[in-house]
Write a new protein. Sequence first.
Length: 348
Amino acid sequence: MTTPKTGLTYADAGVDIDAGNALVERIKPAAKRTNRAGTMSGLGGFGALFDLKAAGYNDPILVGATDGVGTKLRIAIDTGNVDTIGIDLVAMCVNDLVCQGAEPLFFLDYFATGKLDVDQATRIIEGIAEGCARSGCALIGGETAEMPGMYHKGDFDLAGFAVGAMERGADLPRGVGAGDVLLGLASDGVHSNGYSFVRKVVELSGLGWDAASPFSEGALGQALLAPTRLYVKQALKAVRAGGVHALAHITGGGLTENPPRVIPEGLACEIDLDAWTLPPVFRWLAETAGMTEPELLKTFNCGIGMMLVVADDCADEIEALLRAEGETVCRLGRVVPGEGVIYKGRLL
């Protein structure tokens, strides 16, 4: 008697549908923790629903943002420290949304890997849920893609998609003028930009990820994985208090490239580099790589993760409000006639 041939299954090809289903069940409690007014459906459907009216909007304008965390992922993968990379993913999207004057409402993630490790994926998505909870937006859906042959063993990629809303006429920037005050909010380190350069500097230094950090306590890899700071709730509170004309998220392009994005033509940001102290991580990167000050300023946030442009007569009140919300605030300078960014003082 001939034994019948066993047919090839999807699992034989490297895709485990059961593992994907198990992941969805594991992350449902984390997603549920992010529910907010307007959330209509849980995970598992073909699409995710959100009720703008229930969220309190009468005449809303929607704002969308998408981003990733770049090669910071490489450090997370190589060290196995994946618990906070999801916070980075959320922050890179929602910190952008708030610069338009929008309140982040919901978030969707895309997680792709060669072979799904349910425990690892759960840790990553729980980090995403934590970022959503801290910024007041709901994690209402996402996609987990298992793609054998596309990623090396243990590798994965992340992308995030955030949608926010504002009432019509509340969009930013608006009303920016000469004499406005520039307020800088401190960063929590490198955040999620410039990591191809960071990794090159670490290679030049000869240090491993598990080596003692030369600029902080703990291991170097862990120090460089400090998650991007979330500015959403604090910034929205300042916007709603009145007097905020613009916000700039200091991401790729650093302090040189981002502030001009919210300043009208014919005006410039005059920034005093003596207004704050360069954090040790940036000093170490600059000294190890022999970076010039201009290169440092257009590569990294240099310790300022978000900038607010505020009316002169509201600056004291807004600064006090932000300090009460737990922010470290410094007066960077003013808006003046000119173009781009005009630097005074020295950072290095």
